[in-house]
Design a protein around this ligand. Sequence first.
Ligand code: ATP
Length: 368
Amino acid sequence: MNIQSKGAEPADALVIHQLVKQFGDFRAVNDISLSVPAGSFLVLVGPSGCGKSTLLRMLAGLEDPSGGEIAFEGKVVSSGAGGTLHDSASRHAGLVFQSYALWPHMTVEANVEWPLKVAKWSRQDRAARVTEVLTMLNIAELRDRYPAEISGGQQQRVAIARTIGPRPSILLLDEPLSNLDAKLRVEMRSELMRIHRMTGATSVYVTHDQVEAMTMATHVAVLNKGQVEQFGPPIELLQRPETTFVATFLGTPAANLLPAMRQGNEFWFDGQRIATAPAGMADTQVELLYRAQDIGIGAIEGRPQFTGKFTEAAPIAGQSMVTALVGSMRVTGMVDGYFTAIPGDDITLSLLREPDGIFNQAGRRIDS
Ligand code: ATP
């Protein structure tokens, strides 16, 4: 079987090659290929229904692929031709889901020990490993409690301890933090990164939260309609989105895309010239990427400016993120200090620099 997908290194811990999952006529996963080296933290991110969980379930061996292959550490574990060839235990995969699913009648210690029993670890090795993972998760003092006697965040830690106990070489996490409140989520995010560093397990993490994706990942795959829109290190996706979908999905605040007309070597928007077009560009209708920090609030001399109707302002780290409607389009800019205005008031927005990307009408990047 040829699992060597384009760009995959032979040493890659996880290789997904032309993977397809079909439900009737519908392709939930539509020809996905990507690979990551051992120890990576791969985040699958995308809007609801884009196929993240279906892809993860195939990685976990819970779903058979309709086509393509998955290999862990050089071994094909699922194939469109042969279905699921190895269950999650024999593929050394550990699964953490949104619901913790702890055994309610077992103590924390017994919950964590259970998979080690199933894997036939000796009593002595089990005792040592349970103490080790409970300590790693900072829950050693809860070992004699039952799940009903601990908080949601603590239950999630127990679920993670239980999963990493048998030292999986690949860790699969499906929105594991989504049941936690906002503060706990942020704490558990750094906890998970610490655990990832300590265990060294290659991890695949599903989320629809782009902030989680950007903070935790070594590699991000942005999925859209069952396909990979873009795959790479988070900073690369942020700095050079290849599609308008990625440009607007990642980054906080979301980037702006201004529809512009090219006339000769000039881009026009709102009845004025706003930027220089690169030589040799064929497209006349384009979308120009301006990040919020590249749009100032108020008139700035010598810069292209236009008027919008103020909708809202949010304070962020000493600045205000200000949104206005230009026609029916929301445009977000930044200004120092605390900004306020009456909704519906006219405000001036200024473009502080040249656009950070040029996209054609199909949403593909066309500047080099
Ligand atoms: P969410 O963030 O909402 O969990 P997701 O990206 O994880 O979404 P999936 O659960 O992978 O999305 O679903 C992808 C698509 O496949 C959806 O349109 C879903 O309705 C469809 N789908 C998933 N499982 C099945 C199934 N067993 N039968 C038919 N369609 C399915």
